[in-house]
Design a protein around this ligand. Sequence first.
Ligand code: PLP
Length: 399
Amino acid sequence: MARNTSGYNGLFIPGPTNVPDKVRQALNVPMQDMRASDFGELTFPLFAGVKKVLRTQTAEVFLFPASGTGGWEATVANLFSPGDRVLMSSFGQFSMLWVDMCERFGLEVEHCAVEWGLGVPHDEYRRILEADKAHTIKGVFACHNETATGVTSDIAAIRAILDDLGHPALLCVDGVSSLGSLEFRMDDWGVDVIVGGSQKGFMLPAGLTIMGVSQKAMERRVTATMPRTFFSFDDMLKHNATGHFPYTPPTQLFHGLQASLKMMFEEGLDNIVARHNRLATAVRAGVHAWGLELCAKDPATYSDTVSAIVVPEHMDSGAVLKAAYERYNLSLGAGLSKVAGKVFRIGHLGNLNEIMVLQALAGSEMAMRDSGINIELGSGVAAAQACFIQSADEQQISR
Ligand code: PLP
């Protein structure tokens, strides 16, 4: 049977996310002269807008034509030297890949391998940093939101440890699946590097690494000796000063970013965070009603952008994904690496509302039943509906 592709594709992977119509239309502009004297009229407001999203007054903003992985590389290439000691942790596919990259670049990685489903090991970080009296650790890395397991870590708590110990290491954070969706405060949390990607909370196609770099980190680049060309902060800064780029920039994505920033500010950053929490709470209520568990072990770390749902033992989450996609035109996120076959993920970030979440839950229920997972049809949907009705009531009362 051919796949039924009429109607909207149900895209509930945790990125790329659904691109709003307004953004898609904004992307559809003719090519323009990237060296024109007025190109900065397009780009300067983007730097200012991104700063607002990052909640920073003082950091430099970089827009590299790359996916989020490019931002990881830009961090390492600009701010570290071969052999530098860095403190990292892995507890999912993405935190693991950043460790792998740093090792490939020749950094000496102090690697805390954590059980998948947990987050940044704060106590372990404190212990290692406290023992580092000579301050040989040059960077402390953290994945704010591990997309593979649906775990959000407390970044402010890492800053508190560094401050408490008077440790000068740079705090480098992966915000690829948190920025623009979860609360993030670059200046208040003393984050030195934040790496984001365009295709998640920013609601754009992939293609832009969106970065913030503190002035303390910018100073580090002067003495850091790792080779850098494409991702050179210096080359970028020199050209950005006039609103230009050191190479051909993705102009359409800039127009898209202009539109997505406008949408974000119209909704309000706090409201976006609250919406993500509302939608995620309902997804979690649905998972609970199914009698299933999340991969994330501690409720305090449940992610508001993605839920990784553990299928019962001896069941294959790949079968759920296949049924969802082939029978119902619904894309769910796969279990990656260590949790392949064990979890499927619902991405609930970006341009999303209550009814869309119900669609994802309803489709997941059908796909689970098709794959032999014994859940009651409608149970997750009903639990989520109850959450939405309650929050709509509460909003009406507070108005
Ligand atoms: N970091 C996290 C937390 C991610 O979720 C992803 C991708 O999903 C990446 C990094 C890599 O980003 P990209 O695929 O845009 O290179």
